[in-house]
Design a protein around this ligand. Structure first.
Ligand SMILES: NC(=O)c1ccc[n+]([C@@H]2O[C@H](COP(=O)([O-])OP(=O)(O)OC[C@H]3O[C@@H](n4cnc5c(N)ncnc54)[C@H](O)[C@@H]3O)[C@@H](O)[C@H]2O)c1
Length: 505
């Protein structure tokens, strides 16, 4: 099969596969099988995170990786070689995932492609009767997440999202401790991604590595040009908005997911406002005219209002070593280095998720009350559900993944709309003073500005941007006060890489 086949052929195939779903593949094979019977799978996208997927499945006796799918043969070869070394069996490498969807023997796919491919890959897989483990964020925009939720329901598929903290006893027990009143009433959580991200190189024209199929890599995103605008093909797309979602959509879905979980928020927020910028790389490169190839914010603060509850998510991509945020960094035990986690603020104490497998509860004086440790196996949780067909046993189903990915998309829409609205610290303060939130907005703003100045950012020359306050209808999944925001809610696709909307999956 080639990518040249007609749209009609492809739709026919998809419809046939969908109609046949209960008759073949995941459901028929996985149900009632003994744990020793092998489930056949395909790992799709295996340069970085895909290696973790390969490691997880190739270590199991009850799963066989039958396919490695990657549009880069070098990454494909690396994946195949790892599987062969670990299991003695070499999987088939293909570069077009649609070959896997056509193979009725495959029970599930596990995908770690770039973000812009997640939803279409998942929808196609489920239409073809496969179960799907999909990396976070499960979508590149909000309607894509809704499409995945609808597809899982319509085709009766098991769909796990790669927010693996949900399977970790440390976080599960900490969330239960809070739900049982361990730190009193909790209405506010702050997620942090204080993680150094250096410039990805100057914006420019760079060759696409010869072996890569850039048409397939681009997929649902625009086929911009036969050149890359960033030096590195892999990974750095995270910081280009056509493909990635910045750290709001990279690290963010882990922490905002835990924040929502801990606050018991199984829905979208009522509003969002975001400020920040892609700042500091001129100072980093010692060149006042330097333009980095990334176009997502490296410094971003998003305030989400849920009525009686609130989440704030802070991204910092510049150095966080000398951070003067004593009230925050002491909870992470160190001022130096990255600080990634969630702080819950209760009436009787705090609970901090410090690491994926470590949470600590404090009283209001900062004394440790209780510690929670322990990791789990998110892949195993998925496999168990594939066999039992009980999607309610998943730690992270499509709906939870959708809500958490949506927080990134909401933040970025406010940021993108306000990108050219450059504001002085005083103007930013004037806006944030009017924003109702459970956070002390001005304290957070001042900490953020201090962090930028500490990193050599001249705020007069490179001011921050202030996004609009966007009101969101959590049920209808549309903005209620901005046509401009609704216009960028959903991407335009490039045929034939079209992810259907939820009502058309
Ligand atoms: N859960 C976690 O903790 C975690 C950690 C890291 C990354 N991730 C997620 O994993 C995903 C991949 O991230 P990464 O850092 O490994 O990116 P990467 O760019 O290093 O790797 C992506 C791979 O996908 C391949 N690919 C691209 N389009 C493809 C297609 N259409 N079909 C098959 N293969 C395709 C690329 O060639 C590449 O080998 C991202 O969505 C990221 O958010 C999750």
């Amino acid at each position: 099969m080639t990518t040249q086949r007609t749209r009609r052929q492809f739709l026919q195939d998809s419809m046939l596969a969908a109609a046949a779903a209960p008759m073949f593949s995941g459901l028929a094979h996985a149900q009632g099988t003994s744990p020793n019977d092998k489930l056949l799978c395909a790992v799709i996208g295996c340069n970085g995170r895909g290696g973790d997927h390969i490691g997880a499945y190739s270590g199991r006796k009850d799963v066989e990786i039958a396919y490695i799918v990657d549009i880069d043969p070098k990454a494909g070869e690396k994946g195949c070689a790892t599987v062969e070394k670990r299991t003695g069996r070499r999987p088939k490498w293909v570069k077009d995932m649609r070959e896997v969807f056509d193979d009725k023997s495959i029970h599930f796919i596990s995908t770690a492609t770039p973000n812009h491919w997640h939803a279409l890959c998942g929808v196609w897989a489920m239409q073809a009767g496969k179960d799907a483990y999909i990396e976070k964020p499960i979508s590149h925009d909000i309607p894509e997440g809704a499409a995945l939720v609808a597809a899982a329901k319509k085709y009766g598929r098991i769909c796990q999202v790669g927010t693996q903290c949900r399977s970790n006893p440390a976080v599960q027990n900490a969330v239960k401790f809070m739900a049982d009143g361990g730190i009193g009433q909790v209405n506010f959580a702050r997620g942090l991604c204080y993680k150094r991200r250096k410039s990805i190189g100057a914006l420019g024209d760079y060759p696409i590595p010869e072996q890569v199929d850039f048409n397939l890599w681009s997929g649902p995103a625009p086929y911009t040009s036969p050149k890359l605008t960033r030096p590195n093909m892999h990974y750095d797309w995270h910081w280009q908005r056509l493909y990635g979602n910045g750290d709001s959509g990279n690290q963010g879905p882990h922490q905002t997911d835990i924040a929502r979980w801990g606050l018991g928020l199984n829905r979208h927020p009522n509003s969002v406002i975001t400020y920040g910028g892609r700042l500091g790389y001129q100072a980093e490169r010692n060149d006042p005219n330097y333009v980095d190839a990334g176009d997502t914010a490296n410094t971003e603060v998003a305030v989400y209002d849920y009525g009686d509850k609130c989440i704030v998510f802070e991204t910092r991509g510049l150095s966080v070593d000398e951070s003067a945020d004593i009230e925050i960094t002491t909870m992470f035990d160190s001022t130096k280095g990255n600080k990634i986690g969630v702080i819950f603020y209760g009436t009787e104490g705090y609970l901090v998720q410090r690491e994926y497998t470590h949470c600590v509860a404090y009283d209001l004086k900062g004394q440790v009350i209780k510690e929670f440790k322990g990791g789990g196996d998110h892949y195993d949780n998925f496999i168990q559900a594939v066999r039992s067909r009980k999607s309610e046993t998943l730690s992270s189903d499509a709906l939870q993944g959708h809500y958490s990915a949506a927080l990134a998309h909401l933040a970025n829409i406010s940021y993108y709309l306000g990108e050219n609205n450059k504001v002085s610290p005083k103007e930013a303060q004037a806006v944030l003073e009017k924003v109702a939130s459970r956070d002390q907005n001005i304290v957070t703003l001042n900490r953020t500005l201090r962090h930028l100045r500490d990193n050599g950012v001249d705020l007069n020359k490179y001011p921050i941007s202030m996004g609009p306050m966007l009101a969101f209808d959590p049920q209808k999944e549309v903005f209620t006060n901005s046509d401009a925001a609704n216009r960028i809610l959903h991407r335009e696709y490039r045929w034939p890489f079209v992810c259907p909307t939820a009502d058309k999956v």
